[in-house]
Design a protein around this ligand. Structure first.
Ligand code: NAD
Ligand code: MG
Length: 397
């Protein structure tokens, strides 16, 4: 990567929070990066605005019904426009040096896998694709010789301090968690929490789905499963510590007692820049860390009684096979229902537990051997979850 020509970057999920941060990092270093392709779900005007500002050569809207509208607003721009699932996969495999997978949810799986199959570098923010199909995704990467770079701040931190040493040298991998907006709330208050309260994250500004996941701490649970796939470690070597300041993003403890941590101002442009520039480093526009201003760092154990989503994810990681796929799909429908006001906050965990119990009973939690198997189990879990939510509706919110 010492070449003088800029690295060509494709961003899937460009209109989101990670997308915006990625485009900002790219725009700061036009000599090092060139944005060649962007995609979004259905927000044509936001995508068109990004096209006018950043001038990629291609733009795709995943919702096929929005294709004509995008073509119209970008007519005469010289930007090649596409729409629908196939166009998304085509964008993910266009000539590029790095693809940033920043779609939210399991919907990002197909284009992310397509990008991986072409080999090269794939920066993964889309944790759900690693949770729902981690074994298959990592197998595809090995087969294609692709380099997976973790964007998620904890995983990027661990990636930065994970020494290329014997597996026996690693004692423990620690994910830090902010604890989210309800860290100090009672269970009774959490039961009555409204979406707008859960959407107020203390340290990070992120998309709605991950912000709710942070409030339930399912985000940390998904991240445990994500870490399990990204690093050569066992489930028993993974732990979580609540660290409300979000300054230490992740740590690796080695058998000699050394604990290596990565610190930084909580700003996703740091891990994004780390992935885009890897193995070098470049400026990211991030406020320098001022530890005197931060004052003190504190730590506490996670409370799995109040944050049952974390316990459910830990159980799914241990259960293995299809459990993480079912967990992820159930969580996606439950979070959507909570945001819509159809269920209460604590019913997110109740929905997921119900789905996992039904799936176990129905012998659905076998190891998915293909992406079709993943899609089948995902659909089953969404159906059972949707039925469970219909049965709960009105009791919570
Ligand atoms: P967001 O909701 O802000 O943005 C999501 C993006 O994905 C948008 O561009 C949207 O148009 C696109 N999208 C959604 N559904 C799609 C579909 N079906 N097809 C194509 N595109 C679709 O989300 P975000 O906060 O940017 O998070 C993106 C991913 O990164 C998530 O998996 C999240 O867990 C992960 N992540 C985010 C942060 C953060 O700080 N925001 C940190 C770590 C990890
Ligand atoms: Mg994270």
């Amino acid at each position: 990567t010492q070449s003088s020509s800029p690295q060509r970057v494709v961003v899937l999920g460009a209109t989101g929070s990670i997308g915006a941060a990625t485009l900002d990092v790219i725009a700061r270093s036009p000599d090092r990066f060139e944005l060649v392709g962007i995609a979004a779900n259905r927000s044509v005007s936001a995508l068109a605005d990004l096209c006018r500002t950043h001038r990629p050569s291609r733009a795709v809207v995943a919702d096929a019904a929005k294709g004509e509208e995008l073509k119209e607003v970008l007519s005469g721009s010289g930007i090649k426009v596409g729409a629908g699932e196939d166009a998304l996969v085509e964008l993910a495999t266009m000539p590029a040096d790095i693809v940033v997978a920043a779609i939210s949810g399991a919907a990002g799986l197909a284009p992310t896998v397509a990008a991986i199959r072409r080999g090269g570098r794939v920066a993964i923010a889309n944790k759900e694709c690693l949770v729902t199909a981690g074994t298959l995704v990592m197998e595809e990467a090995r087969r294609a010789g692709a380099t997976i770079l973790p964007v998620d701040s904890e995983h990027n931190a661990i990636f930065q301090v994970f020494e290329d040493t014997a597996a026996e040298a690693v004692a423990e991998v620690v994910l830090t968690a902010s604890g989210g907006p309800f860290r100090t709330w009672s269970k009774a208050d959490m039961a009555a929490a409204r979406p707008e309260q859960a959407l107020k994250h203390p340290n990070w500004s992120m998309g709605a789905k991950i912000t709710i996941d942070s409030a339930t701490m399912m985000n940390k649970g998904l991240e445990l499963i994500e870490a399990f796939h990204l690093f050569p470690i066992t489930a028993d070597q993974l732990s979580v510590v609540v660290h409300p300041q979000s300054i230490i993003h992740g740590m690796v403890r080695y058998v000699d007692g050394s604990c290596l941590a990565q610190l930084g101002t909580p700003d996703m442009r740091t891990p994004i820049s780390n992935c885009l520039s890897w193995p070098a480093r470049g400026p990211a526009g991030v406020e320098p860390l001022d530890l005197v201003k931060v004052g003190s760092l504190s730590f506490e154990a996670p409370d799995v009684d109040r944050f049952q989503c974390l316990a459910l994810a830990q159980a799914a990681l241990r259960r293995g096979e299809g459990a993480p796929t079912a967990l992820n799909a159930a969580n996606e429908v439950a979070v959507a229902a909570f945001l819509d006001g159809r269920i209460g906050f604590l019913e997110i965990a109740a929905t997921i537990e119900r789905v996992l119990n039904c799936a176990e009973r129905d012998h659905m939690l076998v190891e998915p051997k293909s992406l079709d198997d993943v899609a089948g189990l995902d659909a089953y879990a969404r159906r059972v979850g949707t039925d469970a939510i219909a049965g709960m509706a009105g009791t919570g919110a």
